[in-house]
Design a protein around this ligand. Structure first.
Ligand code: URA
Length: 242
C-alpha cells in the first residue's frame, strides 16, 4: 500500500505537492470515487484517475544511458531527429530523461518513469554534483579557471562555485581538456561558463552524475541502475539541501 499522492507523483503526473493539491481539490478518483483525503492508501490493483484520466501503475524502472552526440534529450522530436528513448526499443515502460544534455553533448543520462525520483534529482535544492569533461579552444590560464571556481556572472545570474581542473593541453593544436564539476543544471551552462572566460567548448561529455559514471558502456548503450544505486541517489539528493 502506498499513499495516493506518492503514487500520482511517481506516475510523473505532478510533483508530490501538486498531487496533494489535486487530491484536495477533488480532481482525483480511486475506483470511481472522488477522494479528497490526503494520505489515503492505495494498492497496485486500484484504478486511479486524475482529471478523468487514468494513471498507469507501471513498474518503476531506472537506467543510465551513455548518450551519444547528435541525439535529443527528449521522448519525441517534431523534426524527427533521434531521441534518447530510441535507444530503449524493448523497454515497455514510458521512460524519460532526468534533465537533459544538449544535442551535441554526450555522456551520462539517467532515465526513469518515476516522476518523484526525477523531480528529486532535478530540484535545484537537491542538485547533485555532475562532472563534465570539455575540450576547449585555447590554453586556459590559472586565473581564468579561478574565476570559474569562484562563480562567474552569466546572463541568468552568477554561477555557484565550480571545481575546475585542466587535465591536459595540446600546445600544437592550441586546445586543452578541462574537467569541471558543477551542481547546477542551467541550460548550456558548461558551454556558457567556458565561453565567458574565452575558451569556447569544442566537445563536451558528462562523465558523472553523482557517483554514476559510464563504466562498461559505449555510446548508445545503457544499463539498469541497481536498487542500491537508486537508494543511494535518493539519499545523496536528500542529504544535500543546498
Ligand atoms: N552544460 C552544457 O553546456 N551542456 C550540457 O549538455 C550540460 C551541461
Amino acid at each position: 500500500m502506498e499513499r495516493l499522492q506518492k503514487v500520482i507523483a511517481q506516475a510523473g503526473v505532478a510533483s508530490r505537492r501538486k498531487a496533494e493539491a489535486l487530491i484536495t481539490e477533488g480532481k482525483v478518483k480511486v475506483n470511481g470515487q472522488v477522494v479528497t483525503e490526503l494520505g489515503t492508501k492505495v494498492s497496485k490493483g486500484d484504478k486511479i484517475e486524475v482529471n478523468g484520466v487514468q494513471i498507469e501503475g507501471e513498474e518503476l524502472v531506472y537506467y543510465v544511458l551513455y548518450k551519444p552526440t547528435g541525439v535529443i534529450s527528449s521522448v519525441s522530436d517534431d523534426k524527427d531527429r533521434k531521441v534518447v528513448t530510441d535507444f530503449f526499443p524493448y523497454i515497455k515502460e514510458r521512460i524519460y530523461p532526468i534533465g537533459r544534455l544538449d544535442y551535441d553533448t554526450s555522456g551520462v543520462l539517467l532515465m526513469t518513469n518515476d516522476g518523484e525520483f526525477a523531480n528529486l534529482l532535478m530540484h535545484p535544492k537537491y542538485d547533485v554534483d555532475k562532472v563534465y569533461v570539455a575540450k576547449v579552444k585555447g590554453i586556459p590560464f590559472r586565473e581564468k579557471m579561478r574565476q570559474l571556481e569562484k562563480g562567474i556572472e552569466l546572463e541568468d545570474g552568477k554561477t555557484a562555485p565550480a571545481k575546475v581542473k585542466v587535465t591536459s593541453v595540446d600546445k600544437k593544436k592550441g586546445t586543452a581538456i578541462v574537467q569541471i564539476t558543477i551542481h547546477e543544471g542551467r541550460n548550456r551552462q558548461v558551454r556558457r561558463m567556458l565561453e565567458a572566460v574565452g575558451h569556447p567548448v569544442l566537445k563536451l561529455k558528462r562523465e558523472r552524475f553523482g557517483f554514476i559514471g559510464l563504466e562498461g558502456l559505449r555510446p548508445g548503450e545503457y544499463r539498469p541502475l541497481s536498487p542500491h544505486e537508486v537508494k543511494q541517489l535518493r539519499n545523496l539528493a536528500a542529504n544535500l539541501t543546498r
